[in-house]
Design a protein around this ligand. Structure first.
Ligand code: PMP
Length: 394
């Protein structure tokens, strides 16, 4: 039966982690991962989550099924947080999903129902899973320019391509903290994009996996709310994996802004069918904890503080890395590291430099040069800066 089954290549990021685990160099550093780590290199358990979980445990509720579309109070709380007053929530479908990936999958299948012949346009480069996920849902996936040859955002290339995309196609945009480049659009650039997208009748799909990591929850919601404020249509995938440090609990949501409550009801029925045949109903624990954090003013304040501390630590590491590299590689500008947002930085390391960094210095970055800034800390940053500087001048 399986004699003709082809072996697929390893996932490049997971493959890098496997190589890192096998590496016995004592000072090795893994900058390939996509998780936030604290100053001790540990994935944090947020206090707000711990308190919510303790209260849940004390209640000892049975583990019955969650509704197909998730907990209603969770969905309502997510919709309110993401959209605020930007649109009429009576027209928004929000469905609990298995993380941001699960939200993207529900969204991709819903797009397929609504507009099966559309193409899907993603940024060049984008999170690797975007292409694979939309291709698996049966779409032709194209790219629009994003990362310029000079290491900065290619905004004119982006707009010029959007202006040529046929009406009805889907444009996937990173709401904030672009993965992998860390290059974000300014509010003015978002306005220009929204204008072109709407004028050409394209369907925006905003992937929101890092809300709160650029400037804060409110500011980071700008792009989503901008697109929502003209009434849609709009798809938004959302993840709590990073912002509540709930990676393994798979807590996310898909929202779709429709034209009216009748449309909303039809779209919801379709998304429920997709969920039903894919996993029947989502997981309960993480979403219940997230909903409890959003519902309780004290826990919500605590979350704001903890999210703020994660954001501030990342920004501090960006500044330190840029300063330390500038000291070691005179005449070269590293301010781009500070201007980028979120967990990742396109470090401008070339592929041979990334390979050398790994093989000679045991510092693991992706071949693209992407590094996870959230994996840096006061203990490893000197070694990382020293090693990057060496491979850049070698
Ligand atoms: N979108 C982007 C841009 C991401 O970087 C990630 C996670 N790395 C996701 C979606 C998926 O999020 P989750 O882990 O919650 O499935």
């Amino acid at each position: 039966l399986f004699s003709k089954v082809e072996e697929l290549p390893r996932d490049p990021i997971l493959g890098l982690t496997e190589a890192f685990v096998a590496d016995k160099t004592p000072h090795r550093v893994n900058l390939g991962v996509g998780v936030y780590q604290d100053e001790n290199g540990k994935v944090p358990l947020l206090a707000c989550v711990k308190l919510a979980e303790e209260a849940m445990l004390a209640k000892a509720a049975p583990h019955t099924y969650v509704p197909i579309d998730g907990y209603a109070h969770y969905n309502a709380a997510v919709a309110k947080m993401v959209f605020a007053e930007s649109c009429d929530l009576a027209n928004v479908v929000t469905v609990q999903a298995l993380g941001g990936t699960g939200a993207l999958k529900l969204g991709a299948e819903m797009v397929k129902v609504a507009t099966p012949n559309a193409k899907v346009w993603i940024s060049d480069p984008s999170w690797e899973n975007h292409r694979a996920l939309f291709a698996a849902a049966g779409f032709a996936v194209e790219t629009y320019p994003y990362y310029g040859a000079d290491g900065e955002l290619d905004f004119s290339g982006l707009i010029a391509t959007l202006e040529k995309i046929p009406a009805g196609d889907v444009v996937l945009l990173h709401a904030c903290c672009h993965n992998p480049t860390g290059l974000d659009l300014s509010q003015d650039q978002w306005r220009q994009i929204a204008k072109v997208v709407r004028a050409r009748g394209l369907t925006p799909f905003l992937d929101t996996a890092y809300m709160g990591f650029a400037e804060g929850l409110e500011t980071d919601a700008f792009s989503v709310r901008l697109f929502a404020s003209d009434g849609g249509p709009l798809f938004v995938s959302f993840s709590f994996s990073k912002s509540l440090s709930l990676y393994g609990e798979r807590v996310g949501a898909l929202s779709v802004l429709t034209a009216n409550p009748q449309e909303r009801s039809r779209v919801l029925s379709q998304i429920k069918r997709i969920a039903r045949i894919t996993y029947s109903s989502p997981a309960g624990h993480g979403a219940a904890a997230a909903a409890a954090v959003l519902a309780d003013p004290a826990l919500r304040r605590q979350w704001d503080e903890e999210l703020g501390a994660m954001r501030a630590r990342i920004k501090k590491m960006r500044q330190l890395l840029a300063d330390k590299l500038a000291e070691r590689v005179p005449g070269r500008d590293f301010t781009y590291i500070v201007r980028q947002n979120g967990m990742f930085s396109y470090s401008r390391l070339t592929k041979p430099q990334a390979v050398l960094l790994r093989e000679k210095y045991a510092v693991y970055a992706l071949d693209s040069g992407r590094i996870c800034v959230a994996a840096l800390n006061e203990k490893n940053i000197d070694y990382v800066a020293e090693s990057i500087a060496k491979v850049m001048v070698e």
